[in-house]
Design a protein around this ligand. Structure first.
Ligand SMILES: Nc1ncnc2c1ncn2[C@@H]1O[C@H](COP(=O)(O)OP(=O)(O)O)[C@@H](O)[C@H]1O
Ligand SMILES: [Mg+2]
Length: 348
């Protein structure tokens, strides 16, 4: 049984990952304990081969521990089926990798829409959502490019857009700036900072000690174990929506230009239910059907569009009001939230 409270999103108990047997036996992780609260931004450091990637892969359900317990949002996920893991992963976990891991044969927009395959949305809807999120990352003009046609920094921003599109609860990033120059690293870190400030949980592996300033907690690993674990921000200070609520953006697809509504809805870490419920698949199918039905009627709110959009909109609104404050200081009345289009300069 899990002992965790509502604010705990991840709990690893004595997790080990063993490779090989007998003389060839080695441990990538050894009796690893870790409790992660919602809203933490954890940086994991440590020498090459100490088990950082193994840890992220186990947390992200890409890999399975040899022994130990793993609770994700209160549910024991250590032994669920591969199919459920895949669905769960697509809905609740966003991955960002060092080498971007875009599918080379798919266009940018198709890459970004990939995690929505499990969402039950029609392809048109998925592409529409990908288009929206790419616009907010200032990559819309390139959405029909192929990955090789983009710079490393751009590819990583595409990967971030992809990691966010299904509104995951957790972002896992394995050396996301490892292949980028310092300017692009900075851009990526600022994006992650924004995502974190909305109350999202981020676990990131890095070799760059300078980046730990972004973290609320820094864990140093050594030989598959925790060497040091330092929280720089108290749990009570972690960013989160009001009491287990996360703010999402609803993109209303029928309007043009796209308008956004910021709404608050309870923090459905869909996670739990879907993973453990016996009639999971049936339920999901029902949900999917209902989604499609209401989608056809044009009623389906895109609450899956990603909490990140909130920050983008807020930024845009803030910049807009800053701008209008500057240019029309004498006019005290703002014209209001007519457009939510971001004014953020494109970072190349
Ligand atoms: N598929 C595998 N088979 C055997 N050993 C592996 C495998 N994957 C990782 N390891 C070993 O596990 C240890 C931890 O690897 P990894 O998690 O990739 O470390 P890090 O990301 O910290 O560099 C290393 O010693 C590595 O050689
Ligand atoms: Mg690694």
């Amino acid at each position: 049984m899990s002992t965790q409270d509502k604010d705990t999103i991840i709990e690893l108990k004595s997790v080990s990952k063993r490779y090989g047997f007998g003389d060839a036996e080695s441990y990538a992780l050894r009796n690893f304990d870790l409790t992660v609260k919602r809203g933490e931004f954890i940086m994991i450091m440590g020498p090459s081969g100490c088990g950082k990637t193994t840890l992220l892969n186990i947390i992200g359900l890409l890999d399975q521990a040899t022994s130990g317990e793993y609770y994700l949002a209160g549910k024991n996920v250590a032994r669920v089926s591969a199919g459920k893991k895949a669905r769960f992963r697509a809905k609740e976990i966003g991955f960002i990798f060092q080498n971007f891991n875009l599918v080379p044969t798919l266009s940018i927009i198709e890459n970004v829409s990939l995690p929505l395959i499990y969402s039950g949305y029609h392809k048109t809807r998925r592409l529409h959502m990908a288009d929206s999120i790419l616009e907010h990352f200032h990559l819309r003009e390139r959405e029909y490019y192929m990955p090789y046609q983009l710079s490393g920094g751009q590819q990583q921003r595409v990967a971030i857009a992809r990691s966010l599109i299904a509104s995951p609860s957790i972002i896992l990033a394995d050396e996301p700036t490892g292949n980028l120059d310092s300017r692009n690293s900075h851009i990526i870190m600022e994006e992650l900072k924004e995502i974190h400030s909305l109350g999202n949980t981020i676990i990131m592996v890095t070799h760059n000690p300078a980046l730990t300033t972004y973290a609320t907690r820094v864990i140093n690993m050594l030989d598959g174990e925790i060497d040091t674990d330092i929280k720089t921000v108290d749990d009570s200070e972690l960013p989160r929506g009001s009491k287990n609520e996360k703010v999402t953006i609803k993109v209303l697809p029928t309007r043009d230009p796209i308008q956004m509504e910021i709404s608050s809805e309870s923090d459905v870490v869909v996670s739990g239910e879907n993973v453990t419920a016996a009639d999971d698949k049936a339920d999901d199918k029902k949900d999917d059907k209902a989604d499609e039905k209401s989608e056809r009627k044009g009623k389906m709110p895109l609450e899956k569009a990603g909490t990140v959009l909130k920050s983008v909109v807020e930024n845009a609104l803030k910049k807009k009001s800053d701008k209008s404050k500057k240019s029309k200081k004498s006019q005290s009345k703002s014209k209001g939230k007519k457009s939510t289009k971001s004014t953020k300069k494109e970072a190349k």
